[in-house]
Design a binder for this molecule. Structure first.
Ligand SMILES: [Zn+2]
Length: 297
């Protein structure tokens, strides 16, 4: 398959890729919400496309999204923004939700990363410590699976030697191999050692329009956060013409840090271990009429 080690080894000193049984993601350091072994979809067919979603400028409910993508009860991971209607401010959402089905209510294991009003640092909280809904706002890139035990692709990469971050390296490797055929990938990976560049949106929307990447970067708050960081990538190798964001990764930790992943800042120390699976179907919900070309990294 494309995710052999060739592409990774152009960017990392050491890399291994193998197919393994998904580890029990209810255990440390993941603590994902589900009984038993919470693996991803058992599909291993790379050729079918993508199961992911991007939504814009509205309030959404993950239970509704699960129904809309014909996977009620789906286990959803990814990267999005909180509903400012619920929180009253902007914040990064690290969605980890077992959506509701006919028998069971939803289990929301998501995290919120926001700017701490007290010290302007990162405030990472469990969503369920304050809220009981499954809403999000603005946009999200989501990877939905049945959450069943099964095989996943384990990717290990140590010692970054190239310019690409881990997620871009995976995506570009897929793109190189599959060309025009879009391939989606999702799941989780851990930055085990070193530090990473992470952003958090400020609590208030910008007073002036953000027209360029520079505007966006000046508005966002950047941090250097330390490992271990548990990350949730949603990757599409190539845009089939839906104005997709091709890479979007949010992360959390057990030490109070989290947000939107950009790259590690300690290339030599960098150690990544991921459990990923290709997607079967791509869903695009509410494509914006005037899709912005900025703020996609
Ligand atoms: Zn983000």
């Amino acid at each position: 398959m494309a995710a052999d080690t060739k592409g990774l080894k152009e960017n990392f000193a050491d890399a291994q890729v193998s197919v393994v049984d998904c580890p029990d993601l209810t255990q440390e350091p993941f603590n994902f919400p589900a009984k038993g072994n919470l693996a991803f979809s058992t599909s291993a067919d790379l050729s079918k496309g993508v199961r992911g979603v991007r939504v814009v400028l509205q309030v959404y409910d993950l239970n509704t999204v699960a129904k809309d993508i014909e996977l009620p009860g789906a286990f959803i991971l990814g990267a999005g923004a909180v509903s400012s209607r619920v929180l009253g401010v902007n914040a990064e959402l690290i969605p980890i939700v077992q959506t509701k089905n006919e028998k069971k209510p939803a289990v929301n294991g998501s995290y919120i990363a926001q700017i701490n009003p007290a010290d302007k640092g990162c405030l990472l909280e469990k969503y369920s410590s304050k809220y009981s809904d499954c809403e999000f706002g603005l946009l999200a890139n989501l990877y939905a699976s049945e959450g069943q035990p099964g095989k996943v692709i384990e990717v290990k990469a140590n010692g970054r030697t190239g310019e690409l971050n881990f997620v871009s390296c995976l995506r570009q490797t897929l793109e190189k191999h599959y060309g025009e055929k879009p391939v989606g990938l999702g799941g989780t990976f851990i930055i085990q050692k070193g530090k990473a560049k992470i952003h958090i949106m400020p609590p208030e929307f910008s007073a002036c329009p953000l027209n360029t990447d520079e505007d966006v970067n000046n508005w966002l708050k950047f941090f250097e956060m330390k490992a271990p960081l548990i990350c949730q990538p949603v990757i599409v190798s190539r845009d089939p013409g839906f104005d997709l964001r091709l890479e979007h990764t949010h992360c959390f930790s057990q030490h109070g840090e989290g947000g939107h992943y950009h790259a590690d800042t300690t290339p030599e120390a960098a150690q990544y271990r991921g459990y990923l699976l290709p997607a079967e179907t791509l869903f695009r919900i509410d494509r914006p009429r005037d899709a912005p070309r900025v703020g996609r990294d």
